[in-house]
Write a protein that binds this ligand. Structure first.
Ligand SMILES: [Zn+2]
Length: 464
């Protein structure tokens, strides 16, 4: 950083230091609003939470509005006073999970308890705390310098915890005004031991159902056995052809587009503390099984999967019933990684299922849904800048996480806006999100605000 940049950050840090109590009080006030999106009796509270954000944003000079969706509203705000500088879209959500079982909370979930540098309340971490730390970073810039170094668009959702029904339509309808260079999603957290981390990758999804039909009704296995194809046997045969015994997927072409891990990827994954024995004992896992050329962390985040999620058909009752079932079914899902195309992956799966299907049955393979993966590589300028800020604030280089699952909003941004999505979240890993006594460490909150303030500065000088 140049001297002026150092001065800029020093002024911002000093302002954050000076206003810590006042900002904490405001954060607590935000947490007092019981914005439980799934329960209709909280509809007015949802409005109040949205209004709270709009008021705060307008108050600091960011033009903001409650934007209707047909469900709980979106809060949209923008500050576009830095022509020529990059434009960043920030995502968070103001709705929270229900609070039951209530009797396990030390204090009521919407009466925040601040104790030993921790804030306990529903939403303290997921995600109102992270939304609020963005407000802190914004205010710090605007109050000390009257400007931001970049252009900013804030998208704060109210339906994240209840399925995001109106999110994609809203995003599509507003795609015109949401253009930019980068999306920053703050709804993830740090790694075990509360170590700074950036989530660089999320896996995508293909979800399908296989249906195998034989006769019109279940048949007597004595009268028909030996002459007809059994749909359950046929299904077992099909499923067996999808994977070998070592975890390799045997659908032709399945791995063709998979982006290989770079040396840097592997080195960074190897640096992460990961205790296989603990991973196993946590859920009573037996021997780990998977592609031989990859270790468990690589398999979890950087390799695709294929799993049968459910399988049914035929007789399931007590005792024995000698039938040949009329039909049999299975649900199949694949987790996808960069650069797999969900539609193409499904087509390959379907073709293979039909190709290996034995004679004497009718087989269908239908797509239920898909989700897009996202990956912003470790050496992408937006990741490099975020890592530098995290290291400056938290004193250690961050870990780079690849989540095995997905975050729907991130996938939607990637799909609708086609922008890189950086997942930069600050919650402590023991935040008990969705559970009683949810907690955010103030050190994470404050460090988060300082990291974000620095990030906007660094991005101003970043070429995309
Ligand atoms: Zn969340």
């Amino acid at each position: 950083m140049t001297d002026t940049q150092t001065d800029t950050m020093a002024a911002i840090d000093a302002w954050l230091e000076r206003t810590a109590d006042e900002r904490l009080a405001d954060y607590v006030e935000f947490l007092r609003i019981p914005s439980i999106g799934t329960l209709s009796e909280h509809r007015d509270d949802m409005r109040r939470a949205a209004d709270f954000l709009v008021e705060r944003l307008n108050g600091m000079g960011v033009s903001a509005e409650v934007s209707e969706t047909g469900g709980h509203p979106m809060v949209y705000g923008e500050w576009l006073g830095a022509p020529g500088a990059p434009t960043v879209v920030v995502y968070g959500h103001y709705d929270v999970q229900p609070v039951d079982p209530l009797d396990l909370w030390v204090r009521p979930p919407f009466e925040p308890r601040v104790e030993n540098g921790k804030v306990y309340a529903r939403g303290a971490a997921d995600d109102k705390g992270q939304v609020h730390l963005h407000l802190s970073a914004l205010r710090a810039w605007l109050e000390t310098h009257g400007r931001l170094p970049i252009n900013l668009k804030l998208v704060i959702e109210g339906e994240e915890e209840s399925g995001s029904e109106h999110f994609d339509p809203w995003l599509e309808a507003n795609a015109g005004r949401l253009g930019g260079d980068l999306v920053v999603v703050s709804d993830t957290g740090f790694y075990e031991g509360n170590k700074a981390a950036i989530t660089i990758g999320l896996r995508g999804l293909v979800y399908a159902q296989i249906d195998v039909y034989g006769s019109e009704v279940d048949l007597h296995s004595g009268s028909y056995g030996g002459n007809v194809q059994n749909p359950a046997n046929a299904l077992a045969h099909i499923i067996a052809a999808l994977k070998d015994n070592y975890g390799n997927i045997t659908v032709p072409g399945f791995y063709d587009e998979v982006r290989p891990l770079t040396e840097l990827d592997r080195a960074e994954l190897a640096r992460m503390p990961f205790d296989i024995a603990e991973f196993q004992s946590e859920h009573g896992l037996r021997d780990l099984v998977g592609e031989a050329d990859f270790n468990p962390l690589e398999r979890r985040g950087a390799r695709p999967t294929l799993d049968i999620n459910g399988i049914w058909g035929g007789f399931q009752g007590e005792g024995s019933k000698t039938i040949i079932p009329a039909h049999a079914h299975a649900k199949v899902s694949c987790r996808l990684v960069a650069d797999m195309d969900p539609t193409r992956t499904f087509e390959r799966l379907r073709e293979h299922v039909l190709a290996v299907a034995p004679a004497g049955v009718k087989v269908e393979c239908n797509l239920l849904n898909t989700g897009m993966w996202s990956l912003v590589p470790i050496d992408h300028p937006a990741t490099v800048a975020a890592a530098a800020c995290l290291e400056e604030v938290f004193g250690e280089p961050p870990y780079y996480l690849r989540e095995g699952g997905s975050i729907p909003a991130a996938a939607s941004f990637a799909r609708v806006l086609g922008l890189p999505v950086v997942l930069l979240g600050f919650t402590n890993p023991d935040d008990r999100a969705h559970a009683p006594n949810e907690v955010m460490y103030l050190a994470n909150y404050e460090g988060g605000a300082r990291t974000i303030a620095r990030y906007w500065q660094r991005l101003a000088e970043t070429k995309f």
